[in-house]
Design a protein around this ligand. Structure first.
Ligand code: SF4
Length: 119
């Protein structure tokens, strides 16, 4: 495996190079341990935090921003987005409210990232 990555851990955006095989990867270019862990995760089991919106019934806004409470496997993102798209919650919604406790079988909750008051 040979991969070039840009670390997303901070605005520095270090250019990281990964070579070798799973179990014996050689990671260079990172300035800190966070970058090493990012590269290792990205090459072995990539994860992402989902952000999106869910429809709101009876709210002063038609949708509420949501995110997964933790990172989810990258390959689950489409299923998470699809689950979010099919949801509709009643206003009011408070930041931190659990919208769906186990989104798309990931074991991770989908939570509100904004307040939406009742209309
Ligand atoms: S390796 Fe460390 S310093 Fe470089 S971008 Fe990642 S988090 Fe920032």
């Amino acid at each position: 495996m040979e991969r070039d990555l840009t670390c997303i851990g901070c605005p520095l955006g270090c250019a990281i190079h990964v070579s070798g095989e799973i179990g014996s990867l050689n990671i260079t270019g990172n300035t800190c341990k966070r970058g090493y862990e990012y590269a290792l995760t990205e090459c072995t089991h990539p994860v992402r935090r989902f952000t999106g919106t869910v429809a709101v019934r009876g709210g002063e806004l038609p949708v509420v921003s949501v995110k997964t409470a933790q990172d989810v496997p990258k390959e689950s993102l489409f299923a998470v987005a699809d689950a979010a798209r099919k949801l509709c919650v009643d206003a009011p919604v408070t930041i931190g409210d659990v919208i769906l406790p186990d989104v798309a079988g990931t074991g991770v909750a989908l939570v509100a990232a904004k307040h939406v008051a009742r209309r």
